[in-house]
Design a protein. Structure first.
Length: 182
């Protein structure tokens, strides 16, 4: 397999590895309660932003030691989101994908463009067999995005996750390499 060439360019976006200078931009949207509402984390503060960024700086290649690739999404030089993909079973080429977009940039198709690019990378460069996305079932925007990029709604799990003081439901979406040729 050839080395991963970053950044990835889409029609309107640049997807690249995290840099120390991204901290404040990431904190701007990850620190919002309405963003963190459906995520596993509480809203970030400065200390959490430093911890998260330190970890993400090492996640530069899915086939690297961490088994993860964390990418910043840029539009016109502004950090507007991030997309992560990580192995859940490296030996069997199975991974999970997650994404966050700054609400200020919502509704313009940026998240769809970024996620589609990372899925393309997952199946063409990394030759993955399967990529899944799990999300809080109340996050209808993420569910619509998963469907829009061709992921299939595979499961609805009832009250399977204790998050922020309550039981929550989970949607599972998945895509197989063979789905992309159908």
């Amino acid at each position: 397999m050839s080395a991963l060439q970053l950044p990835l360019q889409t029609e309107r976006l640049t997807l690249r590895s995290h840099e120390p200078a991204d901290r404040d931009s990431l904190l701007r949207f990850h620190g919002q309660a309405n963003v963190a509402m459906y995520l596993l984390d509480e809203p970030w503060d400065a200390e959490i932003a430093d911890q998260k960024l330190t970890k993400r700086l090492d996640n530069t290649d899915l086939n690297g030691e961490s088994g993860a690739l964390d990418l910043v999404v840029e539009c016109d030089g502004n950090v507007i989101g991030d997309v992560q993909i990580w192995y859940t079973d490296r030996a069997r080429a199975v991974a999970e994908i997650g994404w966050v977009l700054d609400p200020e940039y919502g509704g313009r198709g940026y998240a769809r463009e970024a996620v589609a690019a990372v899925l393309d990378l997952a199946f063409t460069h990394y030759r993955l067999h399967r990529v899944a996305a799990q999300m809080d079932a109340r996050n209808t925007g993420s569910a619509k995005l998963a469907a829009a990029v061709g992921m299939r709604h595979e499961a609805s799990l009832r009250q399977d996750w204790w998050s922020k003081g309550e039981w929550t439901d989970t949607f599972v979406f998945g895509m197989l390499a063979s789905d992309r040729t159908e």
